[in-house]
Design a binder for this molecule. Sequence first.
Ligand SMILES: [Zn+2]
Ligand SMILES: [Zn+2]
Length: 175
Amino acid sequence: MITKPQHFDIWELVCPHIYYRDGEAAWRYLNPKQYANLDWMRNKYGPTFINNWHEPEWINSAYVRYIIQHLRDNQPIHVPDQPASPETMFTERGLRCNLCKLVYDKTMAGILYLSAHELGDGDDCDVQGRTADETRALLIRDQASVPFPFRLEQNVPWLHLDCEDNLTGTKYTSF
Ligand SMILES: [Zn+2]
Ligand SMILES: [Zn+2]
């Protein structure tokens, strides 16, 4: 049985390739510690956004339509042929698959890529009305109440939160 978070729909946490192939079954790819922490954040800090590709504004974009059509017709998805994803449409802020551009580009460049985004352990988030630095400061302040150990990426303009344990025995670590 899969536990689901209280506040998040699956499409917010996975790319459209995964969503349109597996739907709700995709919960099994995600680390429950991570979405427990995300739920905690949304409860405590208010609206928290990850992917937005399923919003009405983007659901009919050429990028999403290409994926739906190819999966429906059981056709291979050639990553270079996928229409460009508009800059403000977020598809890769949660779990990324091998057809997602960031992962594909690393693969084509011969670079091993095993970030928390490929393992179901991490997300890039925005908390409404707060900068990434402000949210990082809040999470560090509140670390004792966050359900599971977490890591924050430092010195980036986005908030990357993941639940990989640095085996330091502390709740919060940075990288
Ligand atoms: Zn993907
Ligand atoms: Zn990230």
